[in-house]
Design a protein around this ligand. Structure first.
Ligand SMILES: [Zn+2]
Length: 283
């Protein structure tokens, strides 16, 4: 374990370090023989770039699983990022320092923060050189390869990364115990199910999903579980529990849960959605 005021780092595999920000958001530093890949940039409260420099001397490529506030903070420090083109506008929309500071402070809901973050701690937004990332891309780090799988749903530009040797997926917010699909930046449930079926094709290749929140890995069962939920939502047979989402947006939870997002029926996945975003829109 290595930590600063703003970040905690722990090795989860020999060449993979999980880095957690104040808000509980998670990034992964993957070191190959020649390069390192930093999957996600946290909320940008504190200098992630300086922290990563303490962990590796390799040249670092930054990539975003998607463009949300808690994943893009280091983009403005590195000045260059690989991101799906669909999420570039979202990345800039979520660049405000106040918004990112608020996210970091929200970590206090779960545990006391090691520091009281201030606006001056937040990376200053500015223009970022964005290079595309898309389904099927391979990141070759020298003896370590990551394969990109597009999973549009949580956002239109969501991508995940498969390491076939380690048999893991770095899954961002694509499929978890609290998958949020009610935002205007989200795909419909119908389209999300198509994405999950694409991810399902890769199930024989991995044993765990390391996501953007939550600490540990989920088992691959969560993918099939989420597909079933999509079917239930489209059939109108889910629990449809009314709740209030981020930004005061009303949403529905597909399954009853406790306050720590554990499903009461023993299932794993859960989806928060909006009734007007179940079906594909005709273009
Ligand atoms: Zn997100």
């Amino acid at each position: 374990m290595y930590e600063s005021k703003f970040f905690r780092a722990r090795k989860i595999f020999g060449h993979v370090t999980l880095i957690t920000g104040l808000g509980g958001e998670q990034a992964y530093l993957i070191e190959g023989g020649e390069r390192a890949l930093l999957i996600d940039g946290l909320s940008g409260v504190g200098s992630l770039k300086a922290f990563v420099r303490e962990l590796t001397e390799l040249p670092v490529t930054l990539v975003n699983t998607h463009g949300h506030v808690d994943h893009i903070g280091a983009d403005f420090e590195y000045g260059e990022v690989r991101i799906a083109p669909e999420d570039i506008e979202l990345m800039y929309a979520h660049s405000s320092r106040e918004m990112r500071l608020d996210f970091a402070k929200s970590g206090a809901m779960f545990a006391p923060l090691p520091t009281e973050p201030r606006l001056s701690d937040v990376t200053v937004p500015g223009p970022v050189k964005t290079l595309p990332v898309k389904d099927g891309d391979i990141f070759d780090l020298g003896g370590v390869e990551l394969e990109v799988i597009a999973v549009p749903g949580h956002t239109w530009g969501t991508v995940v990364f498969l390491d076939r040797d380690l048999r893991v997926v770095y899954s961002g917010d694509s499929c978890n115990r609290n998958t949020l699909l009610y935002g205007t930046e989200s795909a419909s449930i119908e389209e999300y199910k198509e994405s999950l079926l694409h991810l399902k094709d890769f199930l024989p290749a991995f044993d765990g999903l390391w996501g953007g929140h939550g600490g540990g890995a989920e088992t691959p069962d969560i993918v099939e579980d989420a597909i079933s939920l999509c079917d239930e939502i489209m059939a109108g047979t889910d629990d449809g529990i009314e709740a209030m989402g981020f930004g005061g947006r009303p949403c529905l939870y597909a399954k009853k849960k406790d306050e720590r997002f554990r499903r009461l029926d023993g299932g794993i996945a859960n989806i928060a959605y909006s009734r007007d975003r179940i079906w594909k829109k005709d273009i």
